[in-house]
Design a protein around this ligand. Structure first.
Ligand code: SF4
Ligand code: SF4
Length: 133
């Protein structure tokens, strides 16, 4: 009777001195892997202008139709996205948009805390995509 009890107690004490494998989320955040795919964001050149030329390749390859682009041209006949929207509720974080972009203008970031109470808040416009790190 006493032997199994002592064995159980020993196991309990053993766990008390082990390094915990869990963390106190959300106070502590775990580093994500190098290969982790967060949500798409738009990149800019050193002058802060979007690299995107509104070719729509990313929207074409997107398997979940999460990207909507409205192209426009500036005074120099350069195309740019007047409107660029990504619906993160549709996005499956596959990274196809990043692979397809000829200008390296869209890249998946490493954010994973995206939960919202309102799905409309998961529809990111150009400004949000440009400023999300
Ligand atoms: S990561 Fe995949 S699903 Fe999300 S916007 Fe890019 S191509 Fe579409
Ligand atoms: S593929 Fe790249 S350059 Fe073309 S619309 Fe998408 S983000 Fe812009």
């Amino acid at each position: 009777m006493i032997i199994p009890f002592l064995k159980g107690l020993g196991k309990t004490l053993e766990q008390c001195f082990r390094k915990p494998i869990t963390i106190r989320y959300p106070e502590e955040k775990r580093e994500v892997s190098e290969r982790f795919r967060g949500h798409p964001r738009l990149l800019t050149d050193p002058q802060g202008r979007p690299l995107c030329v509104a070719c729509c390749l990313c929207a074409t390859v997107c398997p979940s139709f999460a990207i909507t682009i409205e192209a426009a041209t500036d005074g120099m006949h350069q195309k740019y996205p007047r409107r660029f929207v990504v619906d993160l509720a549709r996005c499956i974080y596959c990274g196809f948009c990043e692979e397809a972009c000829p200008k390296a203008a869209i890249k998946l970031n490493r954010r994973y805390e995206l939960a919202q109470y309102d799905r409309n808040l998961l529809i990111y416009d150009k400004e949000q995509l440009l400023k999300s790190d």
